[in-house]
Write a protein that binds this ligand. Sequence first.
Ligand SMILES: [Zn+2]
Length: 232
Amino acid sequence: MALRTDQGIVLRSYPFGESHRVVILVSAARGKIRTVAKGVRKTKSRFGGRLEPLTHVEVVLYEGRDLDTITQVDVIEAYPNLRMDLDAVAIAATMAEVVDHVAHEEEPSSALFLSLRRGLVALEAGERGPDVLSRFLLGVTDSLGLAPSFDSCASCGSPDVHKFSFPAGGAVCESCAPGGAVRLRDGVLDHLAAVRVGDEADERTAGEALGVLRRFVEYHLEKRFSSMAVPT
Ligand SMILES: [Zn+2]
């Protein structure tokens, strides 16, 4: 039994026993961390709002056999502006849901953690619209080794791409296109390629680009994200 300090972003929490809560965090060093905050339901003030979802915290944990117990919480970043805007909250909730699904316990996930933190920082700074979520999802696919191709055929590398295929891994040329490959509107692939490298992208294709990326992620993770709203 020992005390340990960890840093992470709260993904969600749920009631545990009569008065405790299980709090799930994602950390860079240890992936998903399941902890228990004791007595928080009776004495709400003990940790205050410091364990609200999407709060970046430093916690001191008392290591237990199954769950580690939180003994101390310090807020690193609470993202107060984000919380006052329903659109931002919806986008952030989607990010948390995706991270919760793909992060694992005892598996370092610094790329995933950084994608989430970068997304929250952008929302906190007032950035809105589909590209915030697209950039986050591209970071997630990257961290999972699932990064879709946009400017060359995922099968043969040809730059002459006309269609997009979820199972093939992104853009495909005419001769490699498997059944079910779809033709995207002009500019959608360019849009995603620009978002990936942080370039300016055409606003008119932002919603469609996010829609394609969302379905790509859902296909490969075999999961529909309930909160995956397409912001406008
Ligand atoms: Zn090809």
